[in-house]
Write a protein that binds this ligand. Structure first.
Ligand code: GTP
Length: 306
């Protein structure tokens, strides 16, 4: 007897077993119907997810609104657009949304469904799965890949991405945008005198000191070593200069633990974005300002003219 003959035969599932399977499976399976007048309801909705999410299949069989009302308001337009698009082009319905559970808790849900045109409207056959753990893991990895491990600030990768976005906005709307490059003075001396661990502590405290002076939309990044960059959206060169002076003064007066105030200072270069200027040109001009600040004796701010 061949090995294939020895395998158990595929049984014909009886309807009761299929129903039990559908009720118990993790997630939800459903049919969603949209009438020509736009009314949505779930003629069929089952799976253990209905209990987890607190959905009432009886009520939703008449009207889908109680479920739709619990889609996070930021995700609702995307879900409705996905439904419209799927209906219009007869393509699979694919969406991801937060489903509110009350008291601000929510679960991330992924939906996949196949549309079928009927005389009465469109009927989707599909499933929903809770993907909250996956989304949390993606967010954790994204944060890791975007941030500097020592200070928790954005890293170079994130800075360059954000700078591209801000430059594009500044070019489109002719809005001001400034970039600061900040470098600690004689940091090698601090490391050599106090040790590398104390040097690390200075970098962390510097990050906290600067953060406390910035607005939510500003982006401070550590480019590496003791070099930092600051993106200032909607900020003119003159305003960036005032902020840079405030930062410079705050750093010189800041309590860095075992080091006396004044032992840690920073030099800062500024460049205001010019319409049409590339990211690299802007970075190079801010860098040129920083080099001039170092050249002129450190602990100062220089705005790049060229
Ligand atoms: N503690 C610590 N030191 C770092 C880190 N990254 C780079 N450094 C040190 O930073 C110092 C930078 O030295 P330099 O490039 O000569 O600059 P500087 O001494 O600050 O001099 P100027 O910039 O010219 O004022 C070196 O001693 C590096 O070892 C870090 O993550 N932690």
């Amino acid at each position: 007897m061949s090995s294939i003959d020895a395998m158990p035969r595929r049984e014909r599932l009886d309807p009761t077993r299929i129903l039990t399977l559908a009720e118990q499976l993790p997630g939800l399976i459903f049919q969603l119907h949209r009438r020509h007048d736009g009314h949505l309801h779930f003629p069929y909705l089952t799976g253990s997810g209905t209990r987890v999410l607190g959905m009432d299949p009886e009520a939703l069989a008449e009207d889908a609104r109680p479920a739709l009302e619990r889609v996070h308001e930021a995700d609702y337009p995307g879900v409705m657009t996905a439904i419209e698009r799927s209906e219009r082009w007869c393509i699979p319905l694919i969406a991801k949304f937060r489903f509110m559970l009350g008291d601000a808790a929510c679960r991330w849900i992924a939906v996949r469904a196949q549309p079928q045109r009927l005389d009465s409207g469109v009927l989707w056959h599909g499933m929903m799965l809770d993907i909250s753990e996956q989304v949390a893991e993606e967010e954790r990895l994204r944060r890791l890949s975007d941030s500097d491990a020592l200070t928790g600030l954005a890293n170079r990768r994130k800075l360059l991405k954000r700078l591209d976005e801000e430059i594009s906005l500044s070019n489109r709307h002719a809005t001001p945008l400034s970039l600061l490059m900040l470098d600690l003075d004689h940091f090698k001396r601090i490391n050599d005198t106090w040790g590398h661990l104390e040097g690390d502590e200075v970098l962390k405290r510097l990050a906290d000191c600067c953060r406390s002076l910035l607005r939510e939309e500003d982006l401070l990044a550590r480019l590496g070593g003791e070099e930092f960059a600051l993106v200032l959206p909607l900020t003119s060169g003159a305003n960036a200069r005032q902020l840079a002076e405030r930062l410079r003064r705050a750093i010189a007066e800041h309590d860095f633990g075992s080091l006396r105030p004044g032992q840690v200072t920073a030099s800062i270069g500024i460049a205001e974005h010019r319409v049409g200027e590339s990211r690299d040109q802007l970075l190079a001009r801010a860098d040129a300002g920083l080099y001039q600040a170092k050249d002129r004796g450190r602990n100062r701010v220089v705005a790049s003219g060229r």
